[in-house]
Write a protein that binds this ligand. Sequence first.
Ligand SMILES: [Zn+2]
Length: 354
Amino acid sequence: MTTRRRFIGSVVVGAASAWTGARWPGMLSAQGARRRISIAGRPVTVVDMHAHCVIPVTEIVRGTPLASSGGAGAPGLVLGPERLEAMDRTGVDVEALTINGFWWYAAERALARAIVSAQNEGLAKWVAAHSDRFVALASVALQFPDLAAEQLEDGVKRLGLRGASIGGHVNGEELSQPKYDVFWAKAAELGVLVFMHPNNAQNLIKPGTLRGRGGLDNVIGNPLETTHFLSRLIFEGTLDKFPGLKIGAAHGGGYLPSYLGRSEVGCSRGNTPCTNTKNPSAYMRSQVIVDTMVFSDEGLRHLVAELGASQVVYGTDVPYDWPVTVDLVLNASFLSDADKEAILGGNLKRLLRL
Ligand SMILES: [Zn+2]
């Protein structure tokens, strides 16, 4: 419950006003007040870039090799009233929804078209019913780059989606390969965000390497896949080819921002035929957006120091249980009020055209 106020420096945290929950058609009234975030007395909009969901497509995959996929997935992924209750409780005003399993990258063309169509129509329908609380990024069938470009354009122009959600590879293939340029070109032409969410580094790790205690496929594999993905786009020249491209990277951009200095000098050592025209940090500070999922004050400080507050956005990984709250940003002594507002929502408001 958020009925208390806390004063931290000039920052007021808390839910000042009770919220009845009757604003959304078809929504039951949520229990408890909606937490409203303000900085120095000014209300800010908190936008979450990292919000998983699922639009079930069980009927479409029935009788196909992908019949075991396309269901509800983990608890909380299918959108319902409890999603709004959780947002109210945690002070998230807007979620940018994405479907991130990418299991449909294994589908043949007609099936992939049908799956993605159902997903994007489903996303658009949910967003239309709750337009003040959600936007969504389009699923695409990236195994068919031309189709993916078409799906992105349709999602943005016809369905009002705000960008694309993609995996870090397509069935093991690097996305810096020229065959994917048709998709990157479309994203750059539309000027929309492409959010990449990794899938346990299945392209990098031999089966079983990270099995065992500690959930290492997730804990190490996901940030590793993101690091690899971003490094490829930088060093293979994809970000040079499409300077208008904006890439959103989950989990704080993986390990890349934490060891950016190594990447920075990588190309100057004479034995690496890099094609990038700028230092990696230049791309990270302009074309790459990362979320705040670093959990510690020091992690966030370092992320902002390396990339700049303009490249860091709020992300929660909902509905998975990571210890994420807006307070990490609100209480950060090293951030100005303007930086806090930009990170919590200002940057995404611009990128997602809210
Ligand atoms: Zn996630």
